[in-house]
Write a protein that binds this ligand. Sequence first.
Ligand code: TYC
Length: 107
Amino acid sequence: MAGRPGDGAGATPGLRLETRTRVQRPPLYKVLILNDDYTPMEFVVHVLERFFGMSHAQAFELMLTVHKSGLAVVGVFSREIAETKVAQVMDFAQRHQHPLQCTMEKE
Ligand code: TYC
């Protein structure tokens, strides 16, 4: 059978040359918002609108999910974008003296 490009046919017998390029997709990260007893509901809704581009209705629904179940994924991003979102939310919450927690984890 004729060799295909990249299969090393015609090269030194026994020496298979690896010519394919292996492409690794960069890992994705989930950004999570955690419930607490003190952050006002409206503040969480505002955070979701401001930093995650949600409509008021989407943000309100997700905030209620977090309030009832403890946490929720708010988005999935590349590492750098996820890190930026987490830093923005944590900074915004701290500046308003709310204990809201935002974290990220590898998918
Ligand atoms: N549990 C908060 C309250 O009753 C509201 C809240 C919702 C806080 C979601 C954080 O991620 C959160 N005021």
